[in-house]
Ligand binder design. Structure first.
Ligand SMILES: [Zn+2]
Length: 496
């Protein structure tokens, strides 16, 4: 359940040990609230020279990975899968490449646990495809991997090739540093996340056994906002996402000549229906995860807003505050189902009144919502027999989310606290969909956690122009992730 956090557990609950190339094993723990010194990070046990070499490698591979054009459509992700495969082969890491359709592939790799006693495997899930880009709008070509003013440019630098690169580097470190593990660490790179999810669909249908018994998954999502002056405002861990429930609205009426209008035409009915829909306010609902997020954010808000965030349920009783929420799209989506009118269609000619006019609605439901109940409610709002509303797809996947009460969440909190002291670690509900939705129903605790920080401007390049990441983030990010991994999967190396 969300809300139960680290401090409620009185005894040692975070435990780590690493045995690095003949160095004495490093073990630490935390009791109560006392902080661990930075030197207790697992990666700190790796000699500085070696760490620096890993960082150089991360830059080299990041640029190469960004140079692979996996624009989807059509994808051609097999090139990226082969890039990963070559590295895993060189490193002696078990892997399998599946070309499930021409040019499209999933890549699975694993570092097996070393202890006899097994914990559940952890999966590092990443998609290799990227969205389209228009080179004319970019300062550097989208598949250049160019380094300019301390940033590496490339489509996918924010979504999500840099995360995939950090996952790759983590696998390399675990292997080369001969780390003792109490769970398998699985790297899974999939195709087609940006369009149809066919890579994940295929893998879950054909090779579920390769993920057998997995307990944790790290994926894209979450955000770590870097403010001017270098302060990290928060570390946002994506614990859930809203569910798309796309609807098609059709109004019907008599066709005719535009010079002789009729009041009951299809377009007129459609406009009135959309008017009612856009006036409608779905009720506010406060999920535990959102309550927790707002409480965490309160500290960095002005006094009045902080008070509202600390007791959001009470604050929402105030009509003025409700209006404030409605005007702030970054808050509004957290607290209710949302409806956006996105596509409209009618006649192909100005002087023709069509027999049908239509609109598409991008509806996003909170976890736990019943799509049929929502649809019935919307039909009642419209209340017009000449207007029908229907789902665009037969299959609706209800939204889910993971509790913050897990060893993985605590590891993220703890490691983030060391790299970004003072930044609150807050659970986030994302407005957009991620494939974590597909894995939670398998009993897997799945979070979107990004090991990099980003400025607001850098974040806005995701799916936009000049997508890029700072070099220093690529040099450091894999270490953050490695340290998280070591806290959840690192085993004590027993002296023999
Ligand atoms: Zn993505």
């Amino acid at each position: 359940m969300a809300g139960r956090r680290k401090c409620l557990k009185p005894k040692l609950h975070v435990f780590l040990a690493a045995m690095i190339l003949g160095l004495p094993s490093l073990a630490w723990c935390r009791v109560g609230g006392s902080e661990t010194p930075p030197s207790a990070r697992a990666s700190a046990a790796i000699l500085p020279d070696r760490l620096s070499q890993y960082s150089d490698l991360a830059i080299e591979w990041e640029r190469k990975y960004l140079q692979i054009d996996t624009t989807n459509p059509p994808g051609n992700e097999i090139r990226a899968a082969e890039f990963f495969k070559r590295i895993f082969e060189q490193e002696g890491i078990e892997n399998q490449l599946f070309e499930y359709a021409p040019g499209r592939a999933d890549l699975w790799a694993r570092i097996p646990r070393t202890t006899a006693e097994a914990q559940k495997p952890i999966i590092l899930l990443n998609h290799m495809d990227v969205v389209t880009s228009d080179p004319a709008q970019w300062k550097q070509p989208p598949f250049s991997g160019a380094v300019v003013d301390g940033s590496i440019y490339g489509r996918g630098a924010q979504d999500m090739k840099s995360e995939g690169l950090a996952y790759l580097m983590t696998m390399i470190l675990l292997k080369r540093e001969k780390v003792a593990l109490n769970r398998d660490v699985i790297f899974l790179a999939v195709s087609d996340e940006e369009v149809n999810d066919s890579g994940t669909d295929w893998f879950l249908a054909q090779h579920r056994e390769l993920l057998e018994g997995a307990g944790f998954l790290i994926n894209e999502g979450g955000e770590n906002l870097l403010e001017r002056g270098g302060r990290v405002k928060y570390i946002g861990v994506d614990v859930g996402e809203k569910a798309p429930f796309w609807l098609h609205v059709v109004a019907r009426g008599h066709a005719g000549h535009g010079s002789r209008p009729r009041a009951d035409s299809a377009p007129n009915h459609l406009v009135r229906a959309l008017d009612r829909i856009t006036d409608y306010r779905p009720p506010f609902k406060v999920l535990p995860v959102v309550d927790e997020f707002l409480r965490q954010m309160a500290a960095s808000e002005p006094p009045e807003r902080a008070k509202q965030f600390r007791n959001i349920k009470a604050a929402l009783k105030d009509r003025d505050f409700q209006i404030e929420i409605e005007r702030d799209e970054s808050l509004n989506y957290l607290l209710r189902d949302t409806i956006a009118v996105t596509m409209l269609g009618g006649s192909a000619q100005t002087n023709v009144i069509p027999a049908e006019a239509w609109a598409n609605l991008d509806v996003r439901l909170l976890p736990g919502e019943d799509p049929n109940a929502f649809l019935e409610m919307l039909r009642r709002v419209v209340a017009d027999p000449q207007v029908t509303i229907s789902p665009q797809y037969d299959r609706f996947l209800p939204a889910n989310y993971s509790s913050t009460d897990s060893q993985l969440y605590r590891a993220i909190e703890h490691v983030a606290g060391q790299y970004f002291p003072g930044a609150p670690v807050a659970p986030m509900l994302m407005s957009g969909y991620t494939e974590s939705q597909r894995f939670r129903p398998l009993g897997i605790v799945a979070y979107g956690f990004c090991p990099y920080t980003e400025t607001e401007e850098e974040g806005s390049t995701e799916h936009g122009n000049d997508e890029r990441i700072r070099v220093e983030e690529v040099r450091r990010g894999f270490r953050v992730l490695y340290d998280v991994l070591m806290e959840v999967a690192g085993a004590i190396q027993k002296p023999n």
